[in-house]
Design a protein around this ligand. Sequence first.
Ligand SMILES: Nc1ncnc2c1ncn2[C@@H]1O[C@H](COP(=O)(O)OP(=O)(O)O)[C@@H](O)[C@H]1O
Ligand SMILES: [Mg+2]
Length: 250
Amino acid sequence: MEEKVVEIQGLMKSFGDLDVLKGVDLDLYKGENLVVLGKSGSGKSVLIKIMVGLLKQDEGSMKVLGQEVSTLGTKALNELRLKIGFSFQNSALYDSMTVRENMEFPLVRNVKNLTRGEITRKIEELLDSVGLPQSINQMPSELSGGQKKRIGVARTLILNPEIMLYDEPTAGLDPITCMDINNLIVQVREQYNTSSIVITHDLTCAKVTGDRQAVLLDGQFKAIGSFDDVFAHAKDGRVKSFYDYNFIDS
Ligand SMILES: Nc1ncnc2c1ncn2[C@@H]1O[C@H](COP(=O)(O)OP(=O)(O)O)[C@@H](O)[C@H]1O
Ligand SMILES: [Mg+2]
């Protein structure tokens, strides 16, 4: 029996009259990269906000690392969040800080008693693994969009999270940079043994990074499986049309 790190059952969430999640069931298994696909506004970010306790569901269960998130108090929630690395769509680097200072920030705030040397070694190790060792003293304004994303991933990894949440990691990047980030997501899983949820509507990103694909449509997961199972053998016409339109949804 494979270990589940996230277990979602019958999850519902509405905002006023807007029913966003209408009974979502989904499991994330230890060590897998699970892709969540869906049009903009379909509730993908809401789902991961419930996962990290930024929003509360109306009904159903969201268990992360064995704990029902909605029942946790502040202290337990903070402890859980330290095990989840989440980089949201707009979570940018602090522009007034160097790369080193950006990376130190979560470490110094959350891990006590580290020496100067330990902090530097940890930062250097992570910049190495995202391929940017030479950027340590640069300002974010000197970096390309793809480099900023890489630093963002490195900063997230610095607390050794068990789960990584990537919310539209390739949005706004050119195709070659997208491929770099896709490869980084695959590499991170192998190097750091993380379990990940990758939210995207970029089909190449989905195919390259995902062990399984889950398609969120009309408030529920209508198809979950391998890329070929979900798209080549799609029974629901709307899943197929996602593929045909290549997720262009504006
Ligand atoms: N805090 C909130 N209050 C009211 N409506 C919200 C809130 N967060 C999200 N929504 C609405 O829920 C829907 C799903 O949002 P979201 O999960 O961000 O979509 P996406 O799939 O693009 O990430 C959208 O219609 C959005 O406007
Ligand atoms: Mg979103």
